[in-house]
Design a protein around this ligand. Sequence first.
Ligand code: SME
Length: 137
Amino acid sequence: LNDKLSVDERLLKICELLEANIDYYNWVGFYFKNGDKNELKLGPYVGEPTDHTIIPFGKGICGQVAVSNKNFVVPDVSAQDNYIACSITVKAEIVIPIFVNGENIGQIDIDSNTPDPFTEADERFLEFVCAEVAQII
Ligand code: SME
């Protein structure tokens, strides 16, 4: 049955599973590099709709991860000056890059309404999720 799902349908299911099963994951989505432009484009997500469907490289937490190729864990979004707010309820954020053949092609972005909820266990788990995602895109 799963063989019939498109890549976007599979990615959406991953978002739904994560949001539904981890109480401090309140917005879960994917951003991908937009062709050869220096920007990210929003992919499948669950949570409040966001105006930030395009994010230039370097802007916000997501745009910084697009250029750093590193995990970015933000315990308190109010302490970040290069941050793009999507909702006033968000307290914390984690962004993990997705690598295909060593290239950073996108990321998973998770917002939390709980302050400082993310641990190294979230990083390891989401790195695993991103490695699985890399195999299906
Ligand atoms: N907060 C992100 C923008 C994306 S929204 O969280 C959905 C950022 O600063 O890059």
